[in-house]
Design a protein around this ligand. Structure first.
Ligand code: PLP
Length: 383
């Protein structure tokens, strides 16, 4: 099987599994306890927090472990609204129209505003600035992702940080960096944000573990969503997933150590994949014709072809890809991200996403191109 769906999830790395195994076995203590087993779990947790802080460019105490990227996003959005409600009543939240559902859905539920994006999927900074100026007192959260999960486009995090600081200093700036980890220098790229969401399973870590970085300056403006015990700075109650957190830290360290080499190699492979597809299928069209993007994601559409059917044929040919966000695959609706970019619904239905990873090879890319061309031919011939 040629696995080109790394943005959906990645296999757990051997080194990660090895680091986790003791905490799934004999080292089973609850880190909140006082006895030796509990203290050992606490030490593992503290150590993982420290090592992850080095990768993410934050203090260990600024990390709030969660059950994944979705929960980290929900804590940022709902936690900011709850924090503001306790402080000053009516709150306004805003985000870009291409955010992951983990941001978009809680934000919509709270009556928030989704800002327009341009043809590349980049948030309209003028609209953001005018909203921040007009609603200066009411805006409590601005959420703009670091890199998009469907197209890989990079959002202007530094500019957004500047705008929030200048025009609405009372607002929190959240960025979802789930897809950026392992590919970008997240310590630097996310530095302007008050809140940053991450997930372990996109970088060779286990599923069901993530983190929200809550900068010390932002702590008092955020309220917990999960209440109960005092864990995680009283921002996320519940016994920590010690083994998962240990695995997350190990995966993050490995991703950082290999980032320069891997991101360069994978960017070349994704360029080869796109060129191959465009050469083999004359009217295929990339979702992103220009603009900075992650080197790992290629999103391409074919007029008159349904992505679902294309994905099925690719699967039969041994190639795993997806139609945008994982939660949307299997559904016939066109991707909201592509629609927000102004791609017409009929065209958006023909888009598939290939996402490459550290294990992807040149031969796999060439085989995927051949499978793609073969599948399009079959569909067009009505076979
Ligand atoms: N944010 C982005 C950009 C993602 O790509 C994903 C995963 O698909 C998530 C959030 C959710 O992360 P998790 O699967 O850990 O809940």
């Amino acid at each position: 099987m040629i696995y080109l769906d790394h943005a959906a999830t990645t296999p757990v790395r051997g080194e990660v599994l090895e680091a986790m195994t003791p905490y799934l076995g004999e080292e089973f203590g609850n880190p909140s306890g006082v006895h030796a087993l509990a203290r050992s779990a606490r030490r593992a947790l503290d150590d993982a927090r420290e090592r992850l802080g080095d990768v993410l460019g934050c203090q260990p105490g600024e990390i709030v472990f969660t059950s994944g990227g979705t929960e980290a996003d929900n804590l940022a959005v709902t936690g900011a609204a709850l924090g503001a409600a306790e402080r000053r009543g009516q709150a306004l939240l805003c985000c870009s129209g291409v955010e992951h559902p983990g941001v978009l859905e809680p934000l919509r539920h709270l009556g928030g505003v989704a800002l327009p994006v341009d043809r590349r999927g980049v948030v309209d900074l003028d609209r953001l600035e005018s909203l921040l100026r007009e609603e200066r007192e009411r805006v409590v959260l601005v959420s703009i992702m670091t890199a998009n999960n469907e197209t890989g486009v990079l959002e202007p995090v530094a500019e957004v940080g500047r705008l929030v600081a200048e025009s609405a200093p009372g607002a929190l700036f959240h960025t979802d960096a789930v897809q950026a980890l392992g590919w970008l220098d997240v310590a630097q790229e996310t530095a302007p944000a008050d809140l940053v969401a991450y997930s372990a399973h996109k970088i060779g870590g286990p599923k069901g573990v993530g983190a929200l970085v809550v900068r010390n300056r932002a702590r008092e403006r955020l309220s917990p969503v999960l209440r109960g015990g005092p864990q995680e700075r009283e921002l996320r109650a519940g016994t920590e997933n010690v083994a998962g957190i240990v695995g997350f830290a190990r995966a993050a360290e490995l991703a950082l150590a290999e980032r320069a080499e891997t991101s360069l190699r994978v960017a070349e492979l994704s360029a080869r994949l796109l060129e191959g597809i465009l050469e083999a299928v004359a009217d295929a069209r990339p979702a992103l014709e220009e603009g900075e993007r992650l080197g790992s994601i290629v999103n391409v559409g074919v007029p008159g072809v349904e992505a679902e059917e294309l994905l099925l044929l690719l699967d039969q040919a041994g190639v795993a890809a997806s139609a945008g966000a994982a939660c949307a695959s299997g559904a016939l609706d066109p991707s909201p991200v592509l629609l927000a970019m102004g791609i017409p619904p009929a065209e958006a239905r023909g888009h598939v996403r290939f996402s490459l990873g550290r294990s992807t090879t040149c031969d796999e890319v060439d085989a995927a191109v051949a499978a793609f061309a073969g599948a399009v031919d079959k569909l067009r011939a009505g076979l």
